[in-house]
Design a protein around this ligand. Structure first.
Ligand code: NAD
Length: 349
């Protein structure tokens, strides 16, 4: 054990692309933790992920992980629609839980989690249990950007331009899913960068890419924060050329932008070429590692982790609701309900 004190025994629920990646990261790159149990409704996936954690017990049923006395803390990387129930069950068991983003696909479901945690905190006076996997908060580039904005390097921020481009959308992708599952990263990172809540949002779309399959791709979302900054969020799920996440903050004295996510530049034949990652795992590998290390350290030290909280997860979920409401209302600008009064599922539209 790196820090020599506590070994946190981690259970991972959902062993797909992200869950298997978290198992490997915890085993190989995080000190003070070990994966002891892996659940997936597809047991073969759990077993495959367990190759990186040979001591781990595998199961089909996520409730086994929460109930096991051998599991101290839970990582949730199953389907988005399972997140709220699994996270609430972890709270009921008093176990710290790192739920992958989104906390849930709607603001109302996120609110269920926030309420469950609040009731737990009132009853026990313990530390908060829920963290949300908005890992960009741990990406060195985004962290440097946040520090530069706070230091006034680009003066007073006026606009932010976010690009979120993937190689191809997953099977079953829909327009709404790219908002609740992918653009939700921007709904967390923009208020985090500025220290300001998003107060209104709208949704726009050009003609559909020939590479899209059954969904509106690309999409453009506009977010206004309380300080008057306007953010553009481009979401293009079928960019083909590579996984490409960009962010630029333009202020009245200059600009701060993330540098290119690839690792090398090739100069040949009088041409310069830079490589692109194929997906988020390589681009954000450091962020996942730093995020999980902070989560484990905080559990070991008995303090709240600096990861996004359940309320942060709910704030992003409410912005996603608002963007979808604009999409269904002719791209009107829609006010974002304040987090203290999230919309119920029925009056969202
Ligand atoms: N932070 C990030 O950058 C990031 C990146 C990718 C995915 N994610 C999130 O991680 C989660 C997993 O995404 P993925 O790309 O690995 O998807 P995936 O489809 O590859 O994996 C999901 C896994 O969950 C399993 N599963 C579904 N329902 C389950 C249940 N009830 N009990 C147990 N297992 C269940 C599936 O069998 C599958 O193996 C999603 O919530 C996604 O939004 C986050």
């Amino acid at each position: 054990v790196g820090r020599g004190e506590v070994m946190v025994r981690v259970g991972v629920i959902g062993a797909g692309i992200m869950g298997a990646d978290h198992v490997r990261t915890v085993q190989r790159s995080v000190s003070g933790a070990s994966v002891v149990m892996i659940a997936d409704i597809d047991l073969d996936r759990a077993k495959e992920a367990a190759q990186a954690a040979p001591e781990a017990v595998t199961t089909r049923d996520w409730a086994d992980v929460i109930a096991s006395p051998d599991v101290d803390a839970v990582v949730v990387a199953s389907h988005d629609t399972t997140h709220a129930d699994v996270t609430i069950a972890s709270i009921a068991a008093g176990k710290p839980v790192m739920c992958e983003k989104p906390l849930a696909p709607t603001g109302a479901e996120c609110e269920r989690v926030v309420r469950a945690e609040e009731e737990f905190l009132v009853a026990t006076r313990a530390a908060p249990l829920v963290s949300v996997g908005f890992m960009r908060r741990f990406d060195p580039g985004y962290q440097e950007m946040k520090a530069a904005i706070a230091a006034g390097v680009c003066g007073v921020p006026l606009m932010i331009h976010c690009f979120s481009r993937g190689v191809r959308s997953v099977r079953g992708a829909t327009t709404e899913l790219s908002i609740t599952n992918s653009a939700v990263h921007e709904f967390d990172v923009v208020p985090w960068l500025l220290g300001q809540p998003v107060v209104s949002a709208s949704w726009h779309a050009p003609r559909v890419s020939a590479m899209a399959s059954g969904q509106q791709d690309p999409q453009l979302m506009l977010l206004h924060t309380a300080d008057g900054v306007l953010t553009t969020v481009e979401s293009l799920m079928n960019a083909r050329y590579g996984y490409d996440v960009r962010c630029e903050v333009i202020g009245d004295r200059g600009s701060v932008a993330l540098s290119h996510g690839g690792h090398i530049v090739i100069d040949t034949e009088r041409t310069r070429a830079r490589s692109y990652p194929a997906d988020w795992r390589m681009r954000f590998a450091d962020a996942y590692r730093f995020e999980l290390q902070e989560w484990i350290d905080a559990i070991g030290e008995g303090r709240p982790p600096t990861l996004a909280s359940a309320r942060d997860g709910m704030a992003a979920g409410i912005i996603a609701d608002t963007v979808i409401a604009s999409m269904k209302n002719g791209s009107r600008t829609v006010p974002v309900p304040s987090c203290s009064e999230p919309p119920s599922r029925d009056d969202r539209w």
